[in-house]
Design a protein around this ligand. Structure first.
Ligand code: SF4
Length: 485
């Protein structure tokens, strides 16, 4: 029988498991029973013995690794993590959950990327585990969990204030009557049955609430509890003398697992094989529309050009140029965990373009800085803060078609434009060519043109520089066309 704590380690049953363990003593010792459970799982695929978690700490890291690989690795094989959905590991899993929350709370705090990943991983893991249960089992689990989480039969919508403010749930997803949440079928039929005409009230219940909404509320509430627990740990850790070194070590290992996508999945060998490399921006590879926008908008449409066009282009070109090929939604912090590149390279370039507008955009519309942050996914706030990330979506760059429609004055197509449908694809194609040319140039000792390719950090984008870049680009384009396969 599945225990509630397998879905919600913060339930009373989960807390009992932690109490039973007592202390950190022996926390990194091997647990033969855990290895046995993992290896005997019929759906488990084991490629290497090292993949089998041997203790609580390794199991904790596997939880995070599962989420990161599932999200970023296109060759992700779920069978290598089958043990995570096997309820026979419950008591080990619960301890590993607490270890993770404590490590992250102590070292990174509640407004960190690590906390976000932990909370999202917990949500995804619950859904994964629910998917392995029979309908009857999952209904029972959801009903039991909700009974614990909601405390009361009658729940006013204000109870979900925190979930609503963190956007884990939207008000429109809830079915309310006089401000009270309706989840139970009997309650639904009692309140709405006589008002539903020409429809079967039972089907209406299934359509509007059913298993899905209940499960969603349960998952989001457990995610919120996980976040709250990390916050509590963090508060306590601030007054503690010395955090347990095991937790600090685990926190470092979590950070390593989180850094992995940048080393492996989002960065690769270039155009011919793996994903496109993310690296410093190179103005030589910018498409004509971006160069035009960098010169400054003088003929209207300043807001759209800077906020809707430049912000997504510059941020994706710098942080996640392969977004369309990878087709995996990410947040800015997935690519730039400390937001340093965003603060030091992405925003300055966007602001520079805004400043060159006539009149300078922020002189009369300083609020557009907030809109820029919103398009980067950080909500409507004046500064970029991790705690706001996810309030809005990180906008992907506009297609050429849209630019031609909404910002026609920016589009001055050249030969490369005939082969692409988005300025970002132009950039990826050109940067590969520019980088190859640069390599050829630097290989040739006599060729002084190797200095042509400057990274944008070092280049002051004055109008003359853009003109020079454009001239260089024409030359490069001519040179490279012949070699294009
Ligand atoms: S065709 Fe596309 S990439 Fe080329 S200038 Fe126009 S909008 Fe930019």
């Amino acid at each position: 029988m599945v225990s509630i704590s397998f879905l919600n380690p913060l339930s009373p049953e989960g807390k009992d498991i932690v109490r039973e363990l007592g202390s950190f003593e022996g926390i990194s010792d091997d647990i033969p029973e855990l290895r046995r459970l993992v290896t005997r799982n019929p759906s488990q695929e084991i490629v290497d013995d090292k993949e089998i978690p041997s203790n609580y700490l390794e199991l904790a890291l596997k939880r995070i690794e599962w989420y990161i690989k599932k999200k970023h690795d296109r060759e992700f094989n779920s069978r290598r993590y089958s043990f995570l959905s096997d309820y026979s590991i419950t008591k080990y899993d619960v301890i590993s959950f607490y270890l993770l929350c404590q490590a992250i709370g102590v070292k990174f705090g509640p407004n960190s990327r690590e906390t976000r990943v932990m909370v999202e991983a917990q949500g995804d893991l619950i859904q994964e585990r629910m998917g392995k249960l029979s309908i009857q089992e999952s209904r029972l689990m959801v009903d039991q969990s909700l009974a614990m989480l909601l405390h009361d039969d009658m729940v006013h919508w204000t109870f979900f204030q925190e979930l609503l403010s963190t956007r884990k749930i939207r008000l429109t997803e809830l079915v309310l009557d006089n401000g009270e949440l309706i989840l139970n079928e009997e309650d639904f039929l009692h309140r709405f049955g006589s008002r539903i005409k020409h429809r079967n009230p039972d089907s209406m219940y299934q359509l509007l609430i059913g298993d899905e909404l209940k499960e969603l509320i349960m998952v989001k509430m457990i995610m919120q509890e996980t976040e709250d627990y990390i916050k509590q740990v963090h508060e306590k850790a601030r007054v503690m003398v010395e955090p347990n070194p095991i937790l600090l070590e685990l926190a470092d290992e979590v950070a390593e697992v989180l850094a992995e996508p940048m080393q492996h999945y989002g960065y690769g060998s270039g155009r011919s094989g793996g994903p496109m490399k993310a690296g410093p921006l190179n103005p030589l590879a910018f498409p004509p529309c971006v160069k035009k926008a960098l010169e400054g908008i003088k003929s209207g449409g300043r807001n759209d050009a800077i906020v809707l066009f430049m912000t997504p282009f510059v941020s994706y070109a710098r942080l996640y140029p392969d977004v369309f090929r990878m087709n995996i939604t990410k947040r800015v912090s997935d690519q730039d965990p400390q937001l340093q590149i965003t603060e030091n390279e992405v925003l300055p370039l966007i602001y520079e373009a805004a400043q060159r507008c006539v009149p300078p955009l922020f002189d009369d519309q300083p609020q557009e800085k907030v809109n820029i942050n919103a398009k980067l996914g950080f909500g409507m706030h004046s500064t970029l803060k991790m705690e706001h990330e996810g309030e809005t979506t990180w906008y992907t760059p506009m297609s050429c078609e849209k630019i031609k429609l909404h910002l026609p004055h920016l589009c001055r197509p050249d030969d490369v434009c005939k082969k692409i449908g988005n300025p970002l694809s132009y950039y990826n194609r050109r940067i590969w060519e520019v980088m190859n040319l640069d390599k050829e140039d630097s290989d040739s000792e006599d060729n002084p043109s190797s200095n042509n390719v400057d990274n944008i950090q070092n280049s002051d984008i004055q109008n003359s520089d853009i003109e020079n870049s454009a001239n260089n680009e024409n030359k490069n384009s001519d040179d490279s066309n012949s070699g294009e396969g």
